[in-house]
Design a protein around this ligand. Structure first.
Ligand SMILES: Cc1ncc(COP(=O)(O)O)c(C=O)c1O
Length: 475
């Protein structure tokens, strides 16, 4: 019988199968790593009471195991599991783990400066939110998201991004990846088999929709955003098209007003759902942010936003503003995943938005990132014409296309040697050649928001060394 016992606050699970002795059960648990070195065991009195055996039985089992080196007991101190000299047998299911390479410097795109997270405001908002929360708020909640957050988001998105949003059309999700997965599942259930993405685009999201059974089709992008003509020229319209109109990921262009109108018109005519990924629309540096495309056709466009850039990706908080007909199917799909996002985080974000702390934080970040953007642009300009950065008007990254003198693989290998985490353009392409048959250019997607302030200058120095080919190893 495998039994879990709770002894004096210490839970211990022992496998007492087939009349196995207590000593043997503990020995096995130590050998196969289920009881790690240093684990405190229950007192002999408590374990005896839990197992319904004489205390002497436990005392002699502990003594036997201490003599064999499995346990360590000292007068007046709890008995603990000893470190086995030869190590333990690996647990049968244990897989060798390769720790991810630690880089000294990080210029990965899509990462905000996490040292800016507004801890004080978040803590204060949590306190206010929990104080106001009812006991019922802490039960299983609405799969659509807590009404307080949906209301706060509707107000915020209308005001800041020009989204046509009412609380009943918002679904709170656990990050854009989950939101996209839910949409893809709903589309697939309704019979869809294809989905279009900008080419280039974020590779992970294409895997997300593929996992839901949808085949990705790439649509070319230029300095005016997605080429709507190419979308219109497909032999059959896809069920949906995922776009990043405010700041194309990764190339950084803004969707031209004519293209915005054409996209919406085409979507209506072919009943294609537009999924507008507004991942960093809050960060526009040169002028007022362009509003959401969703406002042009709230019944044909899904607006998708996230807290991953404005606050932190670790929060796993995002939102969809849906055409009416999709609200119930998406909520049904959500119910069968994780039910809903944690209520305390939802209420805290609602409070942060309501109190104006969120706006204040975003404004502060915008100034910070703009300054960094300027430094990266200055640096790349100094380094020479070939490295002219693109997509600089917004967001948290710039792109440089590499000319003939450097290949992407070489630059990335050099970055590794300099312990600089950097992303190439390569994985973002869906096709190896452009529509005219030209090979894709190598490039770098430089995320200047990622490092904390104290490391930013050094990360740029590492980048300079990588780009100029100097081989001073900074590891
Ligand atoms: C293009 C794009 N969209 C959306 C996101 C946000 O994804 P999530 O909300 O899952 O963190 C990211 C994050 O890197 C991104 O690069």
């Amino acid at each position: 019988v495998a039994t879990s016992w709770s002894s004096s606050g210490l839970d211990l699970h022992l496998d007492l199968v087939g009349g196995r002795s207590l000593a043997d059960a503990i020995r096995h648990a130590v050998r196969d790593g289920r009881l790690a070195a240093g684990t405190r065991l229950p007192s002999t009195r408590a374990l005896a009471a839990d197992l319904g055996v004489a205390r002497g039985t436990v005392t002699s089992a502990y003594a036997e195991l201490a003599a064999e080196g499995y346990l360590r007991s000292r007068q007046g101190a709890p008995t603990v599991v000893a470190a086995l000299p030869g190590g333990r047998a690996p647990a049968p299911t244990a897989r060798p783990t390769t720790p991810p390479a630690e880089h000294r410097w990080n210029l990965m795109p899509g990462r905000p400066d996490l040292s800016l997270f507004p801890k004080t405001a978040w803590l204060a908002a949590t306190r206010r939110a929990l104080t106001a929360a009812t006991a019922t708020d802490l039960g299983y909640g609405d799969p659509q998201g807590h009404p307080a957050l949906r209301q706060a988001l509707a107000d915020h998105l209308g005001r800041v991004r020009g989204v046509v949003a009412t609380p009943d059309r918002i679904v709170v999700c656990g990050g854009h990846s989950q939101a996209l997965r839910l949409l893809a599942t709903v589309l697939h259930t309704a019979g869809a088999r294809t989905i279009a993405f900008e080419d280039p685009s974020m590779p992970e999201f294409r895997l997300v929709t593929a996992a839901a059974g949808l085949t990705a089709i790439g649509i070319p992008v230029d300095e005016h955003g997605i080429q709507v003509d190419a979308l219109a020229a497909l032999p059959a319209p896809p069920a949906a098209v995922v776009v990043t109109p405010a700041h194309q990921f990764p190339l950084g262009s803004t969707l031209h007003p004519h293209r915005r109108a054409a996209l919406v018109e085409l979507a209506r005519a072919t009943d294609t759902l537009v999924i507008e990924d507004d991942y960093d629309g809050e960060f526009r540096f040169d002028r007022q942010p362009v509003g959401a495309v969703q406002a042009l056709a709230p019944d044909q466009v899904v607006y998708a936003g996230t807290a991953s850039k404005t606050l932190a990706p670790g929060l796993r908080l995002s939102w969809l503003v849906l055409p009416d007909r999709l609200v119930d199917p998406v909520c049904r799909a959500r119910r069968f995943t994780d039910r809903h996002t944690g209520v305390i985080e939802q209420l805290t974000l609602a409070e942060l938005l309501r109190a104006g702390d969120h706006d204040q934080h975003v404004r502060r970040c915008r100034t910070h990132y703009r300054r960094r953007r300027d430094r990266v642009v200055d640096l790349l300009t100094e380094l020479g014409g070939e490295l002219a950065p693109a997509g600089i008007a917004a967001g948290l990254h710039v792109v440089v296309l590499l000319g003939d003198s450097r290949t992407e693989a070489d630059v990335l290998a050099r970055a590794e040697r300099h312990s600089l985490q950097l992303e190439g353009l390569g994985p973002t392409w869906l096709s190896d050649t452009s529509p005219t048959g030209a090979p894709r250019p190598g490039g770098l997607v430089i995320g200047y928001a990622a490092p904390p302030e104290h490391a930013f200058g050094l990360a740029l120095r590492a980048l300079t060394e990588v780009l100029t080919g100097r081989e001073t190893d900074t590891r």
